[in-house]
Ligand binder design. Structure first.
Ligand code: 0X9
Ligand code: ZN
Length: 457
């Protein structure tokens, strides 16, 4: 799983890429770009221009940009160090052969929309006394947005309302981040499979747990619709200029349109016409507002191996010292388990309208964003790391997820005393800085990358 996976380099692409296996018309793939930038202020200006920043190095960012955004970046005086096209966006994989509308065969362990529904139904059927599938809304294209509700009190499971402290896990705000679907799904599978394990049993009996693995099925189905990856980020709403998609992680209302988001519909980070303009974000809004018992929320993304917490829309720190201390303490603890880097979201770059600023700022829920593995696009496969990483990424993140569920009763508990039940003897992965050798694929550039030795369990 630590084997570097190289991303396929550029071959000419046309305006449309057509798969031989399915006549699905797709838009031009975004370019992967390396832009010189040393400070968060510079990164924010690049984000403002409509680039989705995916990895940050000491001397620049790597991110996805469409033509308008790239032109704006250049006009603003930034040096574009390199641009990379992808023939099909497969991240080094072979295509799906005959199986259209699905993952490439070597990634078949990832769940497409129908497989996810089937798995949620199977789990709820097998554990019908404590688990139930609930529909939270419908996407632009009419797909159901589903969540698995886990609650051991029958009347609470039936009504969907609980007096127990709630923990919420959401995946797939971004279409191409398929690993962000698998990890919450595996969390659901784990909680139910281990329901008689005393520690899990205790969590299940005392908490209200909601798992929403696939918020953006239109986008993720589009991403695999030809059998080859399309590197699609947004949802699939049709915009007024004929382009498609709103960035769901720029569409929440808390300081919406306050930087790091674009008002050009063609951009990767298009914020939408107004806050909560999208079916998917409306579904989250209605769901969260209807459950006043929610205390903890985790939004899964990929990639870069980060634990992020508010704020995202401002460089200011949270001005409630105890809350900030809870965030910092929890993030630090969780980083010892998964080896990810803990930081305030805006240390990366400003991005407004994101999920966790709204769930914390507006709803008072302690909220985190995890950027799952890998660390890099060039070494690790970026959005398409291969199904072989799924188990490790889940194992790395299981303790952090259980910890969040545990703390849902009172997150301020972390300030009182260390929690003994969570691996106080656990050794964080040893870190070392390494200079990556040019792999021959990235135009002679070198990247500073923080490598991890694999975590031991
Ligand atoms: O930009 C995003 O929406 C997230 N990164 S991703 O590569 N998955 O697209 C990070 C959001 C974190 N928030 C801020 N940086 N403000
Ligand atoms: Zn994302």
């Amino acid at each position: 799983m630590n084997t570097p996976r190289m991303v396929a380099t550029a071959l000419a692409i046309g305006l449309f890429s057509l798969s031989s296996s399915a006549a699905v018309q797709t838009e031009e793939l975004p370019k992967y770009v390396n832009i010189a930038a040393k400070t968060k202020e510079q990164r924010t200006l690049i984000a403002n221009a409509g680039v989705s920043i995916e990895a940050i190095r000491s001397d620049g960012i790597w991110g996805f940009a469409r033509p308008n955004a790239l032109a704006r970046v250049k006009k603003a005086g930034f040096k574009v160090l390199s641009t990379h096209s992808f023939e099909t966006g497969r991240g080094g994989h072979q295509g799906g052969g005959m199986s259209a509308k699905d993952f490439p065969s070597e990634d078949s362990r990832f769940h497409n929309y129908n497989e996810l529904i089937t798995e949620l139904d199977t789990l709820a059927g097998k554990h019908s006394d404590i688990a139930k599938v609930e529909q939270l809304g419908k996407t632009t294209e009419g797909r159901k947005i589903l969540a698995l509700h886990i609650n051991t009190t029958p009347i609470e499971l039936q009504s969907g309302q609980s007096t127990k402290p709630g923990a919420v896990f959401i995946g797939n705000h971004h279409a191409r981040e398929h690993l962000s679907i698998e990890i919450p799904l595996m969390l659901a599978q784990h909680l139910l499979a281990k329901r008689n394990d005393p520690a899990i049993q205790k969590l299940l009996e005392t908490r209200d747990i909601w798992i929403l693995p696939m918020l953006n099925p239109d986008g993720s189905e589009y991403d695999i619709a030809t059998g080859d990856y399309q590197m699609w980020r947004k949802n699939r709403a049709k915009n007024h200029d004929g382009t498609y998609g709103v960035d769901l992680n720029r569409n929440y209302s808390y300081f919406w349109n306050h930087g790091g988001a674009s008002n050009d519909p063609s951009d990767e980070t298009y914020m939408g016409t107004k806050p909560f303009s999208e079916n998917e974000t409306q579904a989250v809004k209605a769901f969260v507002e209807a459950h006043k018992n929610f205390k903890i929320l985790l939004s899964f993304h990929t990639f870069s191996e980060l634990i992020l917490y508010p704020w995202g829309h401002t460089y200011d720190k949270i001005n409630k010292p105890r809350d900030l201390q809870v965030y910092e303490t929890m993030a630090k603890q969780m980083s010892k388990w998964n080896g990810y880097t803990p930081q305030q979201s805006s240390d990366l770059y400003i991005a407004s309208g994101d999920t966790t600023d709204w769930t914390y700022g507006q709803q008072g829920i302690f909220s985190f964003t995890f950027e799952l593995s890998p660390r890099s696009m060039w070494f690790g496969g970026g959005f398409y790391p291969g199904e072989g990483v799924i188990d490790k990424v889940f194992n790395d993140n299981l303790k952090p997820c259980l910890y969040m569920i545990d703390l849902a009763d009172d997150p301020y508990r972390v300030l009182a005393k260390p929690l003994m039940s969570y691996g106080s003897s656990y050794q964080a992965p040893e870190k070392f800085i390494s200079k990556i050798q040019n792999d021959g694929q990235n135009n002679g550039l070198f990247a500073d990358v923080l490598f991890e030795k694999p975590a031991k369990f």
